[in-house]
Design a protein around this ligand. Structure first.
Ligand code: ZN
Length: 149
């Protein structure tokens, strides 16, 4: 399982074990569900907004370590951001895991999210890593469901 060994960096393992914001938000302003049928990842994202700012964001669901860790780190990254900043992070994250953005050379705001740069080498895992972001994007833009297929 060398693929997994390379992928499961310490940060990802830790977030999988202790996912942050792993709960629902009863009075969420926006929610969306996301499914990655290839791997069996399924999650729901809850967003609480104050005007244009994401004041709280959480998720529930089940899936592989990468999808769970990515969702956990996504919630930390977008909390307190406005919609445009969240959109920018989604765009940068997506371009990182698909190889369009070079985290060493290209300016970006990814910070800890760079832990997922390695999934680029494992195409089947790209959808696991980006599922929570696609789901957040759907929630923020009024879609209630997203599937990576
Ligand atoms: Zn997965």
């Amino acid at each position: 399982m060398s693929e997994l060994n390379e992928l499961y960096q310490e940060t990802i393992l830790e977030h999988n074990k202790n996912p942050r914001n792993f709960r629902d938000i009863e009075d969420a302003d926006k929610t969306a569900v996301g499914n990655n049928p290839l791997c069996g990842d399924a999650l729901k994202v809850y967003v609480k907004m104050d005007g244009d700012v994401v004041t709280d964001v959480a998720f529930k669901g089940s899936g592989c370590a990468i999808s769970k860790a990515s969702a956990s780190m996504m919630t930390q990254a977008v909390k307190g951001k406005n919609r445009a900043e969240a959109d920018q992070l989604f765009d940068e994250f997506h371009r990182m895991v698909t190889g369009e953005l070079d985290i060493e050379k290209d300016e970006n705001h990814l910070g800890k999210l760079r832990a997922f740069a390695g999934v680029l080498e494992f195409p089947a895992r790209v959808k696991c890593a980006s599922l929570s972001w696609h789901t957040l994007n759907a929630a923020l833009h009024g879609d209630d469901a997203v599937s990576t297929e």
